[in-house]
Design a protein around this ligand. Structure first.
Ligand SMILES: [Zn+2]
Length: 460
């Protein structure tokens, strides 16, 4: 007998899946993701997993976002952790930066120790091996990780075969999608993976566990990464001095903006500047990994913004200050929407006012708008408190607008549109059940255009 348990499934973020099966007299379990609830989920305290009573053999991480890995340190020390190889490096980069730059550095050193522990962390390395790994060292299970497209690089879905005599060939086949989308550069590949790998040799999927984030964000516009890149290129052509607010781990969007800047400056290059060394480290990791497979992911001219008033000179040109180089060639510069980052904008605003340059700098905001909305409106059009809002960001952006800086909103979601969800459900063709997770509105799965599969949806 096998069993599927989903904890905190009816919220966006912090969903934990535990799959168990019996081997002889023993029960074996795997856990997928162990992250924290997001602010605004209404859940202030995460559930306590009964590690003693229902021990798990291993924890698998779909990707490195905090709502999937955030409770890593609560996992008992003897449990192995499975994750993507690059995902691990991205997490190491984050923790290294946190040990350097913040109070609580000791805590982050402990996380680093765990992440660097080769006896405990096991990585999928499908790209180098050019085929997909199968994890076979957990009794009663075979787990196959497959890449999916998400706003995190090196994200996975898992195909799990759990021993169960009640199913064909004695195996219950479960597909756990993790977070995914169809509109990133590799989005549509998921449908091919389902066809060629998931259904290999006529294998059928019995249960599908799928994310449904966008079921509560139906009105959010979903554009493809490529469409966003072209829109950014058009905008950057008109605006030579552009600041960017974008997640340091959203490789696909970072590539969209970097490439857009190159298109805008063609036949010249436009340099990318970042506000700290941590950001440069992430971009280097991405160039070394994804960049070795596709030139789209190569970030070649990246410099850290100087911290002094004149924006110090990068090594390559001693005769000019960094600001002079930036003013002459134009730039794309990544900042954080926090007050201290004003020092990067103000010199350009001042120069514009003194007519030393002919354009005012602009800011491209490429994060979820939910962080900067004062209020949310519910389905009935009623205003409600926005618990996810970041007041510091709102204040920062308002202040820049008051100075005359234009804010351009250009963002695309990391999650599957309802259309993509329906396509995936129909492609997977689960024989028994569909379990929605990572959604506030599991009941809305019944409104998807999925025909006969509607009655297989299990709302918890
Ligand atoms: Zn995610």
């Amino acid at each position: 007998m096998s069993d599927i348990k989903i904890y905190q499934g009816n919220q966006i973020g912090g969903c934990v899946t535990v799959i168990s099966t019996r081997v002889g007299n023993e029960i074996h379990r795997i856990m997928i993701d162990f992250g924290s609830s997001l602010p605004g989920s209404g859940n202030t305290e995460d559930f306590q997993y009964p590690w003693e009573d229902e021990p798990v053999d291993a924890v698998f991480f779909t990707h490195y976002h905090g709502d999937h890995v955030g409770r890593l340190m609560d996992i008992p020390r003897d449990i192995p952790l499975y994750m993507g190889k690059t995902a691990r490096q991205v997490m190491i980069n984050i923790q290294e930066a946190l040990t350097r730059s913040r109070e609580g550095g000791e805590e982050h050193k402990k996380v680093l120790e765990v992440l660097r522990d080769d006896t405990r962390v096991r990585t999928f390395n499908l790209i180098e091996k050019k085929y997909y790994d199968h994890v076979k060292d957990i009794p009663g299970f075979v787990i196959e990780p497959y890449s999916v497209d998400h706003s995190a690089y090196d994200a996975y879905m898992f195909l799990i075969e759990a021993d169960d005599p009640n199913y064909e060939n004695g195996k219950r086949v479960i597909l756990h999608t993790g977070d995914f989308r169809g509109h990133g550069r590799l989005g549509k590949a998921m449908l091919h993976v389902i066809k060629s790998f998931v259904h290999r040799n006529g294998r059928k999927v019995n249960a599908l566990i799928t994310e449904g984030t966008m079921m509560s964000r139906m009105d959010e516009e979903v554009i493809t990464e490529t469409a966003m890149m072209y829109e950014a290129a058009k905008y950057l052509k008109e605006h030579k001095y552009a600041f960017l607010i974008c997640s340091s781990t959203n490789l696909d969007s970072l590539a969209s903006f970097y490439q857009a800047a190159q298109m805008a400056a063609f036949p010249f290059r436009r340099y990318l500047y970042t506000y700290n060394d941590y950001y440069c480290a992430q971009l280097k990791t991405f160039s070394d990994t994804a960049g070795s497979f596709s030139a789209v992911y190569q970030f070649e001219n990246v410099y850290r913004l100087g911290l002094d008033d004149e924006l110090s000179s990068p090594k390559w040109d001693k005769t000019k200050t960094q600001k002079e180089v930036m003013e002459k060639a134009g730039f794309l510069a990544i900042i954080k929407p926090e007050e201290w980052c004003e020092k990067f904008l103000d010199p350009f605003i001042d120069d514009y006012r003194m007519k030393k340059i002919d354009q005012m700098p602009v800011i491209i905001y490429s994060m979820w708008d939910g962080y900067i909305l004062e209020y949310l409106t519910d389905k009935k059009g009623k205003k409600k408190e926005n618990e996810a809002k970041k007041q510091e960001w709102i204040d920062f952006l308002n202040k820049q607008e008051e100075k005359g800086v234009k804010i351009k909103h250009l963002h695309t979601s990391g999650h599957a549109s309802p259309q993509m969800l329906a396509e995936v459900i129909k492609a997977v063709a689960p024989t028994d059940e569909i379990y929605p997770m990572h959604t506030e509105h599991p009941e809305m799965f019944e409104q998807l255009d999925i025909g006969e599969y509607t009655r297989k949806v299990r709302v918890q």
